[in-house]
Design a protein around this ligand. Structure first.
Ligand SMILES: [Zn+2]
Length: 401
């Protein structure tokens, strides 16, 4: 099966825009990208691009597919059966894909459902983004996320917990370095796992060839995680010069997840979000926004991640993060698109396969009406998305329902 996207605007994902370009897809890969005249092989389905823009499939590098985005999603996740969580997660996966997000990194699941969902999508049983999963997050007793996490204390227990998750088949080991917003009675700014505990988890993951990620809001916890050799900082609320220079030096990306913060602020206590979560969100917001700017100035890579699943942060509305990066992070539209494509692919460790429209890469593509560089809102509207292709297969579009 070959498809040619003919004579149109291509946003490559690396900062370049190609005009009057043609992209040829054969089987699962992009085999030709050219601005000049291209000989299109016979038996190729031609799709004229006029008035539309072709982009790489987007990558959300921080979601919780097992968490439903209800006002109090942790309580909801705890009260529903694993079967119900699975059914909802399958729907969330489909909604995410239809929004133009062809890959996700799940940052904390429930009952191993994220692992099975990944398998179901991978084998073609159900539609959804390709997934990298972290299984159960690992936290200290009573630490942030303990309700769905695996509690461990001391380096040996963290080591064991990491080994258990790797045995279960996770792609990433998620370690909790600080408190957070959605757990009552923990402070986002306070450190949780010690540097020694974090190092034990990181060592085990790296031995198994896996990446690590840390929920890290407070400064001390961020520094602990960086010194322990962590591969990505999630949230990064209280960054300082020392933290960002370490991140830049070690090439550790930041995933700010602004969608979590802004949706909690937007809906508030009136909508049923627990008061403690709203209060903590409002308290950390100014520090968080400042941190993104410090990180950018220091040259830290910043990737799109929504934390979808947190209150009113809905699966399928992932692209809202790009607009927040523009409106509050000081990004140009092009930089925001790169955060959601090329940079996010690096966070997943899949930059050789995904993230840009280049010959040899997997054909994960999104075709939209108009030009998002002129109006980023185009990416946020489902009706503007004409087609979503994943691994060379059209998974959503006018001719495919
Ligand atoms: Zn999260």
């Amino acid at each position: 099966m070959a498809i040619a996207f003919v004579d149109g605007c291509i946003i490559v994902g690396d900062g370049r825009v190609l005009e009057h370009a043609t992209v040829l897809v054969e089987d699962e890969r992009i085999i030709k990208v050219s601005e000049g005249n291209v000989t299109i092989p016979k038996d190729t389905q031609k799709m004229p691009l006029d008035g539309q823009t072709l982009l790489p499939g987007f990558i959300d590098s921080h979601v919780h597919i097992c968490v439903d985005g209800s006002p109090d999603p942790v309580t909801s996740a705890l009260s529903e059966s694993p079967t119900m969580t699975t059914l909802k997660a399958a729907n969330f996966a489909r909604q995410t894909l239809l929004a133009g997000v062809t890959s996700i990194r799940d940052m904390g699941g429930k009952n191993g459902i994220d692992l099975d969902l990944k398998q179901a999508i991978h084998t073609g049983l159900i539609p959804g983004p390709r997934m990298l999963v972290s299984g159960q997050l690992i936290c200290m007793t009573g630490g942030h996320g303990w309700q769905l996490g695996l509690e461990a204390n001391g380096a040996d227990e963290v080591r064991k917990a990491a080994r258990e998750q790797i045995k279960a088949g996770v792609d990433i080991v998620k370690l909790m370095a600080t408190g957070g917003v959605m757990t009552p009675a923990v402070e986002p700014g306070s450190e949780q796992f010690t540097e020694e505990e974090l190092r034990a988890g990181v060592e085990e993951a790296h031995k198994a060839g896996k990446k690590t990620a840390t929920h890290a809001m407070g400064n001390k916890g961020i520094l602990n995680a960086l010194r322990a050799g962590i591969d990505s900082i999630e949230h990064g609320v209280y960054l300082d010069d020392e933290a960002v220079s370490l991140m830049a030096e070690r090439n550790v990306p930041l995933i700010p997840t602004l969608s979590a913060l802004f949706n909690i602020e937007r809906k508030g206590i009136e909508a049923g979000i627990p008061a403690f979560a709203v209060e903590k969100t409002l308290k950390i917001k100014p520090f968080h926004l400042k941190s993104i700017r410090i990180a950018r100035d220091a040259g830290v890579r910043i990737a799109m991640g929504t934390d979808a699943g947190t209150p009113f942060n809905l699966h399928g509305e992932n692209m809202g993060e790009l607009k927040l990066l523009v409106d509050y992070g000081g990004f140009s539209v092009m930089e925001a698109i790169e955060a959601g494509t090329r940079i996010a692919a690096q966070v997943l460790g899949m930059e050789k396969e995904l993230g840009t429209i280049e010959e040899g890469k997997l054909a994960d593509l999104v075709l939209v009406e108009g030009n998002p560089l002129e109006d980023i809102e185009i990416l946020l509207k489902r009706e503007s998305i004409r087609l979503v292709m994943q691994g060379g297969k059209i998974v959503s579009g006018d001719d495919f329902q």
